[in-house]
Structure formats: structure tokens, C-alpha cells
Design a protein around this ligand. Structure first.
Ligand code: ATP
Length: 374
């Protein structure tokens, strides 16, 4: 995991060896992370992994037990929250109920003694697309509109870093999807660093340039959404971002440019050989359900694909754009393989099948780890 703070430029947000303990419980462990200026960065992880604590150390609501927080070269570790060039948008909005939308947004500027707030407030109302209802009070707005006001109120202070703590958590699914696109648009337009905390992998994948997957107070893996999805390094990441089939086996040489792995029942499959395992090493073969195909017989499988024979369909579910199958086949454990095929459902439970995938579309993981549920 590359979380080094090297190569930083002015304005990057940096956490250097940050640890936070509550009594003898360690919520964040020796975290080193560089968040490039102007990026949309997501801290993704299950409840309790330390995301919020990390965010609170950036905003100043929590002081690290050890380590430093910097923006560019400026050490802000012990700076009071209001003195930091950082603002936070919370899930519960925290708007002033007695003020209009316009006045909620103008609040930070007025408090700082800015004389003419009319133009910046109007620009902000335009940015969040609420100009037409600036005279309303918060209780006359929908949840999504209130969230945009909270965003506008934070952005008008022109922080260097905007922290978003599960900001869409209170919205229903459809509105959340709309707001994800909206947030991304606004971030691109203002070009500020956004650090977004969420436990929703789809949300992180939709919006972020870079995602840090957190687990037990550490960054488990850092990368772009595609990178994490296509090349997870741990079973936790493989399972946390989408669904993965994980088949344990041992490295057994190379075939062309691929690494060969012998699964527990003797079935041989290939993975991209970036890992260079020595023969005999434990390797977990991973493949995403949508990369796997189901066939009625081995004769239908195109050359060069990995094949698991002796399959039986144990479950099918039609979910509109695709059909999902669970197939028990050679080389996999009692859970079987998950397959997601587009098109109509053509196999019924009990059908004998073969499954296959292109070796370049799978991935290999270090086999000396438990298969952890994400
Ligand atoms: P969630 O999504 O549920 O907010 P999270 O990943 O943001 O989870 P944190 O809120 O950072 O997790 O908490 C990390 C761990 O630290 C949790 O186990 C939590 O119980 C513990 N913790 C957080 N704040 C305190 C505190 N003030 N005192 C003691 N333990 C705390």
C-alpha cells in the first residue's frame, strides 16, 4: 500500500503517522496519507473503521495522540478548528432555522465583516442552483435542497479543504444518486479539495478521484475507483468494493504471460502474472461475477479461457438488466461462484453447466490472508 507523503505540493492535505487512541482503544493507527489539492477524495470503510475520527483530526475537533496534520507545509495539528482553512458539511445540515436560505449562506461572510455580500451570495446561490428560492426558510426545503444550502454555506468561506461527513446519508436512494452527480459537478467547478467520508462503496466510486479503503484504523488500499475494483490487493478490498469470487489455490508456474494457479481440487486456472509468485505459494484467484460466463457445455467455451467444470446452477435471480446465478463447480468452496450475465435468464436451477472467464480479467491475491468479508 503506497500511502507515502513524498512528492507533496503546496496545498496538499497531509496526514503523517497520525494515530488516535481513546483510552487503550486505537481508532486510527499510524496513518500516512497525501490528499492532492483539488482532488475529490473518499475515505471509505465500514462503521467503526476510523473514518470520522480521521476527518475530525483534520477539522480540529479531535487532536491526534501522535503524528501531524499539514496543509502544504503548514502544520495545523494543534490549530483551533475555526483557525483552520477547513469547513465541514454534516449529515444533519445544521442550518439556522430562523434565517432565509440567502442569509444562511451569507452568514459566514457577515461574521467575518465582509461589507458587500450580495454578489458572492448570489454566485453561490447560482452554483447550488437555488437562486429561485433564496427567500425561503430551511423548513420549506426538501432534504436535497437543504443539503445544498449546507454546502453553499461551507463553500462561501472559501476553505482550502471541504470535509463531507456522510453528507447524503439522510437522503433517499434516488435523491442520493442525484446529489452525488451534483456534488461532483460543484467540486469540479470550484476546484477545492473535497474529503468525503462514506460507507457506501457505490457513492465513493461515483464521485471520488481517489479512494482510501479503511479497515481497523488503517488504510487497506489507496487508488482510483477502477484501480481498486480491477486490482484489489486484499480480500477485504475485493469484497468491500462490489462482489468477488475468491478461489484459494497454489501458484504452479507460468503459462505464456500468465501465472498458473492450481485450485484446491486440482483445477488449473490462469491469472495476470504481475505478482510473480514462486511455485507453491498460496494464491487466491479473484474474479468479478460480471466477468464470468455460464455455458451449457465445455464445447461452447472459447479457447484460452479459464474453465470450471462440473457446474450445477443452485440459484438464479433476475434483476432486470442482468441475471445472477450461483453455480457450484470444481475448484470453488460450498458457496459456489457468483455469475452475473446480461440478457435474459436461460439456465434453470439444477441445470448442468460450465463456467469460464478470460484470464486477463481475473486477479491474484496473496493467499496468506483470511478471506475477509467486506
Ligand atoms: P461510522 O461510519 O459509524 O461513523 P467511523 O468509521 O467513522 O464509523 P469512527 O467514528 O471514526 O468510525 O470511530 C472509530 C472507532 O473509535 C469506533 O470503534 C468508535 O467506537 C471509537 N471512538 C470514536 N470516538 C470515540 C470516543 N470519543 N471515545 C471512545 N471511542 C471512540
Amino acid at each position: 500500500t503506497d500511502t507515502s507523503a513524498a512528492g507533496a505540493v503546496a496545498g496538499d492535505l497531509r496526514l503523517v503517522n497520525v494515530t488516535k487512541r481513546f483510552g487503550d482503544f486505537t481508532a486510527v493507527r499510524d496513518l500516512t496519507l497525501t490528499i492532492p489539492q483539488g482532488s475529490f477524495f473518499a475515505l471509505l470503510g465500514a462503521s467503526g473503521c476510523g473514518k470520522t475520527t480521521t476527518l475530525r483530526m483534520v477539522s480540529g475537533l479531535e487532536e491526534p495522540t501522535a503524528g501531524r496534520v499539514l496543509i502544504g507545509d503548514r502544520d495545523i495539528t494543534r490549530l483551533r478548528p475555526y483557525k483552520r482553512p477547513v469547513n465541514t458539511v454534516f449529515q444533519n445540515y445544521a442550518l439556522f432555522p430562523h434565517l432565509t436560505i440567502t442569509d444562511n449562506i451569507a452568514f459566514g461572510l457577515k461574521r467575518r465583516g465582509v461589507k458587500d455580500v450580495r454578489k458572492p451570495v448570489q454566485d453561490m446561490l447560482d452554483l447550488i442552483e437555488l437562486s429561485h428560492i433564496g427567500a425561503r426558510k430551511p423548513n420549506q426545503l426538501s432534504g436535497g435542497q437543504q443539503q445544498r444550502v449546507a454546502l453553499g454555506r461551507a463553500l462561501i468561506n472559501q476553505p482550502q479543504v471541504l470535509l463531507l461527513d456522510e453528507p447524503l446519508g439522510a437522503l433517499d436512494l434516488k435523491l442520493r444518486r442525484q446529489m452525488q452527480i451534483e456534488l461532483k459537478r460543484i467540486q469540479t467547478e470550484v476546484g477545492l479539495t473535497f474529503v468525503h467520508v462514506t460507507h457506501d462503496q457505490e457513492e465513493a466510486m461515483t464521485m471520488a478521484d481517489t479512494i482510501a479503503v479503511m479497515n481497523l484504523g488503517r488504510v487497506e488500499q489507496l487508488g482510483s475507483p477502477t484501480d481498486l475494483y480491477e486490482n484489489p490487493k486484499t480480500t477485504f478490498v475485493a469484497n468491500f468494493l462490489g462482489q468477488s469470487n475468491l478461489l484459494p489455490g497454489k501458484a504452479s508456474g507460468t503459462v505464456g504471460e500468465h501465472q498458473q494457479v492450481t485450485l484446491e481440487d486440482g483445477t488449473r486456472v490462469l491469472i495476470p502474472s504481475a505478482r510473480n509468485n514462486a511455485s507453491g505459494d498460496d494464491v487466491i484467484v479473484g474474479v468479478r461475477p460480471e466477468k464470468v460466463s455460464v455455458h451449457a457445455s465445455i464445447g461452447e467455451v472459447p479457447d484460452g479461457r479459464n474453465v470450471l467444470t462440473g457446474g450445477v446452477i443452485v440459484d438464479t435471480s433476475f434483476v432486470g438488466v442482468s441475471t445472477q446465478y450461483i453455480v457450484k463447480a470444481s475448484g470453488c468452496d460450498e458457496l459456489g461462484v457468483f455469475v452475473q450475465n446480461d440478457g435474459a435468464q436461460i439456465f434453470r436451477p439444477g441445470s448442468d453447466v460450465v463456467v469460464s472467464w478470460d484470464p486477463s480479467q481475473g486477479f491474484g491475491l496473496d493467499g496468506k490472508q483470511d478471506i475477509e468479508a467486506g
